[in-house]
Design a protein around this ligand. Structure first.
Ligand SMILES: C[S@@+](CC[C@H](N)C(=O)[O-])C[C@H]1O[C@@H](n2cnc3c(N)ncnc32)[C@H](O)[C@@H]1O
Length: 260
């Protein structure tokens, strides 16, 4: 099975929880990226790895026409409900089913790095974007500025051992790393920026429901069992507990705007 079939199945498992409990926290990242890429009235935007479609909803609210593609049928179905009139396809970021130069702006919010060959996925993003249009790549910021880093580490310990040298979640977070990925894809890097977002959950049960909803966690559950994963995550997120019992995590994101 290719990366998109494997990832799509994993990311579909708890699509509703992702959409309702995690995705909303990324709103400031989407807004900052669309502002930096000049998305406004009349823009055409493709969101690669569009998930449940909140970024596309935000692009539409700015006056853009949105299209999306994701590997996960469960997430794409939610995106279609949320973005009526948008062209949302199921597919693989490495083979985008759109003609050359179709969009003003192509974005990938935490998605290009899931491709088996991220440079190929970025070359595809470049192909479907018009000359002088923008491609935006967004990934986790630096580990020290991500309060969910212990959660990611706990999940990593419950996954099958990665092949030697396999990139971890922060592999693209250092200054210059996104540029080093974009250039071989034929993109011209411009501004790299960081945005800090805040993820909030009302209580521990809700935090666990939300934080179980990702492809990596689903793979950890299938490897180590749900009880182990719940226990590991509950311990890792304890520092985020507030005096009222809610959980809050501030996380940095890095995004790069490149020209085609
Ligand atoms: C971290 S989630 C981000 C989702 C969305 N961009 C957001 O900000 O909420 C990663 C997304 O990438 C999608 N994905 C993973 N591998 C993919 C591939 N090869 N092609 C297309 N989408 C992929 C997953 O299904 C998932 O929706």
């Amino acid at each position: 099975m290719g990366s998109s079939q494997v990832q799509g199945e994993l990311w579909s498992a708890r699509a509703r929880e992702w959409a309702e409990l995690q995705e909303g926290s990324f709103r400031p990242l989407y807004e900052a990226a669309f502002a930096a890429a000049g998305v406004g009235r009349g823009s055409t935007v493709l969101d690669v790895g569009c998930g449940a479609g909140l970024a596309l909803q935000i692009a539409q609210a700015r006056g853009a026409t949105g299209s999306g593609l994701d590997a996960a049928a469960g997430l794409a179905a939610i995106a279609r409900q949320r973005c009526p009139g948008s062209d949302i396809r199921l597919g693989d970021s490495e083979t985008l089913p759109f003609p050359d130069a179709s969009f003003d702006v192509t974005t990938g919010f935490n998605s290009f790095q899931y491709a088996a060959d991220p440079v190929r996925a970025l070359a595809e993003a470049r192909r479907v974007t018009r000359p002088n249009g923008c491609v935006v790549i967004a990934v986790w910021g630096e580990r020290e500025r991500c309060q969910l880093a212990p959660y990611l580490a706990a999940v990593g310990r419950l996954l099958p051992p990665p092949p030697p040298g396999a990139p971890g979640p922060f592999a693209l977070s250092a200054p210059g790393a996104l540029e080093a990925l974009a250039e071989p894809a034929g993109l011209r890097p411009e501004a790299a920026r960081t945005v800090t977002t805040s993820m909030r959950f009302a209580d521990e049960a809700t935090a666990l429901r939300g934080l179980l909803a990702s492809g990596a966690v689903e793979r950890a559950i299938r490897t180590s069992g749900e009880d182990m994963v719940r226990g590991g995550i509950a311990e890792a997120i304890r520092p985020g507990r507030q005096s009222d019992g809610s959980y809050v995590f501030a996380n940095e994101w890095r995004f790069l705007v490149s020209r085609v």
